[in-house]
Design a protein around this ligand. Structure first.
Ligand SMILES: [Zn+2]
Length: 195
């Protein structure tokens, strides 16, 4: 399926008021349950980092809610295995011996582990798609960025002002319906064609 990308601005209070219809966001069948999607972004203030986190209830039919939870868990576990193995392997190889060196090495290894974990999860997703077709429509959950991206849907927040939401739907009909329900939404593909 082709993904549909939509921008959605926050309201004057900095919140996102998303309205969904009573249909599964993936297949369009009647809604039976919800899954949570909690995008977040962090901002550096004078003395600390402030995390802005939002939770959206995304409607699903029972079958796809279950499938989404399974797929996301598999991809997340693979990501963490890649990260942990990189940190352990790198630590054994580098063998830092001073406290400051240990802290610095750990920091770099966690960053590298995050990149390698993502790469492995991406590869695993390609391979697993042969056996579980809906894997192709499952976003890789990036911890701290797209926590809880779900089957056929993802939401992330732009780090620059005005912090628009970037939404992706794999079901084009549901995406169009969503745009009709939510005033202020911009169809990115359409925008590209017009400008
Ligand atoms: Zn469904």
């Amino acid at each position: 399926m082709k993904e549909k990308s939509i921008y959605f601005p926050p309201d004057t209070g900095g919140h996102y008021n998303l309205k969904f219809s009573d249909r599964c966001v993936y297949c369009g069948q009647p809604k039976e349950t919800y899954l949570y999607v909690t995008p977040k972004w962090s901002e550096r203030t004078l003395d600390s980092w402030v995390e802005h986190s939002f939770t959206f209830n995304v409607p699903y039919c029972g079958k796809h809610a279950k499938e989404s939870l399974t797929n996301v868990t598999i991809l997340k576990d693979i990501f963490y295995v890649g990260l942990v193995l990189t940190v352990i392997g790198g630590f054994i190889k580098i063998r830092p011996d001073e406290v400051t060196a240990i802290a610095g090495t750990l920091f770099i290894l966690v960053l590298a582990g995050g990149v390698i974990g993502l790469l492995i999860a991406w590869l695993a997703k390609k391979i697993l798609t042969r056996f579980i077709p809906s894997m192709a429509d499952t976003p890789i959950p990036i911890p701290k960025v797209v926590e809880g991206g779900t089957l056929g849907f993802s939401a992330s927040i732009m780090t620059f002002d005005p912090h628009e939401l970037l939404l992706m739907f794999t079901n084009e009909e549901i995406a169009r319906e969503w745009m009709e329900l939510n005033e202020g939404a911009t169809d990115i593909d359409l925008h590209k064609r017009l400008t």
